[in-house]
Design a protein around this ligand. Structure first.
Ligand code: ZN
Length: 128
């Protein structure tokens, strides 16, 4: 596990890259703590309080840092996760006998499914 100073430097580097806006996720290292994953969204940089951000809000133990992303990187990742969830639901709808068994190829598929014809109202015909 990296040191807390290394984690803070990693977050600060992303803060500079993300113009002061980052998200990170960590895991509470205290096995007796009820918290598991903690996601933090930060603004600003070079804040002396940053050391407090890499601690569990429940028990104040150190968080094991999973990832740090700029807001833009996080938005891209969240869109990918949303597409993967839709693709998994489409897979289960189309192959209900495979419910609970899913291949890595489907699990990692973050392509945007095609829009079925007529799914959205044609905006050029709205308002009549
Ligand atoms: Zn904790």
């Amino acid at each position: 596990m990296s040191s807390m100073l290394e984690d803070i430097e990693r977050i600060n580097a992303k803060l500079k890259e993300g113009e002061g806006l980052v998200s990170f996720e960590g895991y509470c290292t205290n096995s007796n703590c009820m918290a598991r994953e903690i996601r933090v969204h930060l603004k600003n940089h070079d804040d002396p309080l940053l050391e407090h951000a890499v601690r569990c809000p429940m028990c104040r133990s150190r968080l094991k840092l999973h990832w740090v992303r700029t807001y833009r990187e996080e938005a891209i990742e969240e869109d990918k996760v949303a597409r993967r969830l839709v693709n998994m639901q489409m897979h289960y709808r189309d192959y209900p006998e495979r419910l609970g068994v899913i291949s890595a190829a489907v699990l990692c598929d973050d392509r945007l499914p095609p829009t079925p014809p007529g799914w959205f109202d044609d905006p050029s015909k709205a308002g009549g």
